[in-house]
Design a protein around this ligand. Structure first.
Ligand SMILES: CC(C)(COP(=O)(O)OP(=O)(O)OC[C@H]1O[C@@H](n2cnc3c(N)ncnc32)[C@H](O)[C@@H]1OP(=O)(O)O)[C@@H](O)C(=O)NCCC(=O)NCCS
Length: 170
């Protein structure tokens, strides 16, 4: 068995990440445009990626970035694990490492509400559903899921800002 997890820091690793991202859209509209922007932001260091390899094949990834509007929050993007290695804790390991290394206080991600397995996975990892909103199109709502990565700070609550951000999108 040969399993390894790496931060995609070099140009080559970023190219590998982008190739992997381009393969599956996860049902998001204008996905290819997003992949193009993600590539630029990975090279700029604003987005970061963790890659999982099994027997030297890329089988999983997570993209993360500081949240664009919520101070102190990290946002997970495009967590995915190849079907051949699902339910072997690759997903849990990747997200746990990202929670540790991001250095931020609360983690946020959005999932299409029809991706029930992913929602179950995030619930199992300690995330809760903070809101159900149509973030990308009016047809399919998204579940916004959050987890504190440190004890909540009452007078600096990023979730209050999160609530305002959601209300402004309604
Ligand atoms: C969601 C996903 C990342 C989970 O990765 P994974 O490596 O298979 O999950 P893990 O093995 O780490 O699961 C950890 C726990 O989460 C829960 N879980 C994971 N997948 C689940 C499923 N399909 N149904 C119910 N619970 C699930 C379980 O409690 C599991 O622990 P257990 O297997 O000991 O019971 C993976 O299925 C995936 O890539 N899905 C498709 C892409 C996707 O929707 N990405 C999200 C975009 S934000």
């Amino acid at each position: 068995m040969n399993i390894r997890f790496v931060s995609a820091d070099s140009r080559k690793e970023i190219q590998t990440t982008v190739g992997f991202l381009a393969k599956q859209s996860l049902g998001y509209p204008r996905y290819n445009d997003w992949v193009g922007r993600a590539e630029a932001e990975l090279h700029a260091g604003y987005k970061r990626a963790i890659l999982a390899f099994s027997e030297d094949c890329l089988v999983g990834n997570l993209i993360w970035q500081p949240h664009k509007t919520i101070q102190g929050a990290v946002e997970w993007k495009n967590l995915r694990v190849h079907p051949t290695v699902k339910r072997r804790l690759f997903g849990r390991f990747i997200i746990r490492q990202a929670e540790e290394i991001c250095g931020l206080t609360v983690a946020i991600c959005d999932v299409r509400t029809d991706q029930k397995d992913t929602i179950r996975f995030l619930l199992a990892c300690g995330y809760t559903v903070a809101a159900i909103l149509p973030l990308y199109d009016s047809e399919k709502p998204d579940a916004v899921m959050v987890k504190w990565l440190c004890p909540p700070i009452p007078d600096r609550n990023p979730l209050e800002q999160l609530g305002k951000t959601f209300r402004s999108k309604l």
